[in-house]
Design a protein around this ligand. Structure first.
Ligand code: NDP
Length: 258
């Protein structure tokens, strides 16, 4: 009775930036719950590989090349998916990039714009495109991947544009939730701590001492894994969270508690 509410049988679920890392784990979780998962990514071949991996696991999966920063391409991607399936039930806005160790006073226009373009603008283009389809259907569910960086300022690396973009994701989540709740579309976000993916590996390889700083700020004294974010996204994407909208769920090992 209760576990059934976590099922997504035959629902069409789109995961942006789903070719690897947290997005791929989310795609696996949604596939295991019964969804038809559409993995989109900037790298179309990587999206194809991910969809094949999911199919090998016995899940229904498809791939789409999608650059989230190109609003026309986002609309076209939505149109192709709707042409195939007639609907989109779940959208997970996962695509995101980080550029850290840039002092605010030295930040170039390019370093500011690149991060905001993917993390905030791209997320909005997807919410707008897929949200329209969901509003027409009178139902749908959006889960945005924010970050604890939307609540706290990371230490010691300077990354003001990333932090501001994720705070924007959190408040955009609440704004859309309030606008769309009465029309059947829920919008929530997940705010992870440091998760071991290629995104963090790059920094940890260059500066191994970062791990010590990061653990010192984490009550659980460890970094997270992609498969610890995916079940929370599944919960928010499913009817198990039917009364939730506009929530930003921290999955941060206690980081924001200190
Ligand atoms: P990864 O770098 O491992 O994966 C990100 C994926 O997004 C890649 O497949 C990448 O494709 C894709 N992507 C990048 N730019 C675009 C674009 N313009 N259009 C479409 N896809 C794009 O990152 P994570 O898995 O670590 O992060 C996923 C999300 O989680 C991000 O939003 C991140 O900010 C957030 N997050 C991550 C944390 C962490 O510690 N890892 C902590 C908190 C939040 P390609 O390889 O082709 O560039």
């Amino acid at each position: 009775m209760y576990l059934e509410r976590f099922r997504l049988d035959d629902r069409v679920a789109v995961v942006t930036g789903g070719a690897r890392g947290i997005g791929l784990a989310i795609a696996e979780a949604l596939g295991e719950a019964g969804a038809i998962v559409v993995v989109t990514d900037l790298d179309g071949e990587a999206a194809d590989d991910a969809a094949h991996k999911l199919a090998d696991m016995g899940y229904r999966a498809e791939a789409e090349q999608e650059d989230v920063t190109d609003s026309g391409a986002v609309d076209a991607c939505r149109d192709r998916i709707v042409a195939r399936h007639g609907r989109v039930d779940v959208l997970v806005n996962n695509a995101g990039i980080a550029r850290s160790n840039i002092k605010a006073e030295e930040m170039s226009d390019e370093d500011w714009l690149a991060v905001v373009d993917v993390n905030l603008n791209g997320l909005f283009w997807n919410c707008r495109a897929f949200g329209n389809t969901m509003l027409e259907a009178g139902k749908g569910n959006i889960v945005n991947i924010g970050s604890m960086s939307g609540f706290i300022v990371n230490k010691p690396q300077e990354q003001s544009q990333y932090n501001a973009s994720k705070a924007g994701v959190h408040h955009l989540t609440k704004s859309l939730a309030a606008e769309w709740a009465a029309r059947g579309v829920r919008v929530n976000a997940v705010a992870p701590t440091y998760i071991e993916t290629e995104l963090t590996a790059k920094y940890l390889n260059e500066q191994p001492e970062l791990r010590t700083h990061w653990l010192a700020g984490t009550p659980m004294n460890r970094l997270g894994q992609p498969d610890e974010i995916a079940p929370v996204v599944l919960f928010l994407a499913s009817d198990a969270s039917s009364l939730m909208t506009g929530s930003i769920v921290s999955v941060d090992g206690g980081y924001s508690a200190w």
